[in-house]
Write a protein that binds this ligand. Structure first.
Ligand code: HEM
Length: 283
């Protein structure tokens, strides 16, 4: 007789779904696209779907960053790296979504833009939470606008109160014997902490000796790059769609977004690149 698959994975009683639609809550999911323009033939459905899909990937990224933070706390650097890799891939996927959105011309967008009111991506509390989760703390409202009151504010407050994954990585290094400041990164006007930079320079001068730390630092860089590529495609899509107009969220639009292209989440990892050519015995 064929063996039955176990019903309980040992992590609590399983409640198998009746089928695919129920498992994925398809009825609810497919009912979440509310067209407000009253213009059936418009691209509003495409616009809403692209945003909703993006928010779903943001949700996954936050989950992975949460898990990566736990891995760093338990000194499991390779496992944290795997989580960071997934964040990178999620942003690469999202960078590809602009191709779909760019099938919408400026005239197509004009046909329903009024329906947005003041709704804007700058109120995406998940995107802001990702910045906090990575460790970005340069302003109270990193994306120009406070999110409207509601669950978004609670989520943001939670992520802001916790140390970012970068700080948790540095704490793991301190536990492993690297001579790092116990008070965490102290940003200088130049944007980076010379004490952390000095430790990373030792690592980068001799990667073989510090391989796991080196690989993890490069993984952080991969994640930053993937997010910046996403931002770049966003700016170009915005320019192509609304030109020099201000955004629905009240910013200058392209000018505001272009300034965010220089945002650095891990300034010491970025800065160490130029330290490799100074003195150093490659310990
Ligand atoms: C044609 C489509 C789009 C246009 C014209 C557009 C326009 C803008 C503009 C002008 C801003 C600056 C804030 C403002 O004044 O509104 C902004 C911010 C933002 N948008 Fe979009 N956007 C588009 C598509 C998307 C999509 C698909 C997403 C995916 C979730 C997105 C997410 C964001 C985020 C997260 C911000 C804040 C960025 C930051 O502060 O770094 N946008 N968008």
């Amino acid at each position: 007789m064929a063996k039955q698959a176990p019903r309980d994975s040992g992590r609590g009683a399983a409640r198998p779904a009746a089928g695919y639609p129920e498992y994925l809550a398809l009825e609810r999911l497919l009912g979440l696209q509310v067209l407000r323009s009253g213009h059936e033939g418009s691209d509003e459905l495409l616009f809403i779907l692209v945003h909703q899909i993006s928010e779903l990937w943001f949700k996954l990224v936050l989950h992975e960053l949460d898990q990566a933070g736990g891995d760093f706390d338990r000194d499991r650097l390779p496992q944290a790296c795997k989580r960071l890799s997934r964040c990178e891939v999620a942003f690469e996927q999202l960078a590809g979504i602009w191709q779909m959105l760019e099938t919408m011309t400026p005239s197509d967008y004009r046909a329903f833009r009024h329906a947005l009111g003041q709704a804007s991506g700058s109120q995406s509390f998940q995107f802001k939470a990702i910045e906090y989760a990575l460790g970005y703390r340069e302003s109270e409202s990193p994306n120009g606008q406070a999110p409207p009151p509601g669950p978004g504010q609670d989520l943001l407050a939670r992520w802001r109160a916790r140390p970012g994954v970068y700080e948790r990585f540095l704490a793991a290094l301190a536990r492993a014997g690297y001579d790092l400041p116990a008070d965490g990164p102290q940003r200088t006007p130049a944007g980076d902490d010379p004490r952390i930079r000095a430790i990373l320079a030792r690592v980068y001068r001799n990667p073989e000796r510090h391989w796991v730390v080196y690989e993890t630092a490069e993984k952080f860089m991969d994640v930053e790059e993937a997010i910046q590529r996403w931002r770049f495609r966003h700016v170009r899509a915005v320019e192509r769609t609304i030109g020099d107009l201000p955004g629905t969220g009240g910013t200058s639009g392209v000018g505001f977004l272009t300034a965010t292209l220089n945002r650095r989440f891990f300034p010491e990892i970025r800065a160490v690149r130029s330290d490799l050519y100074g003195d150093g015995d490659g310990e």
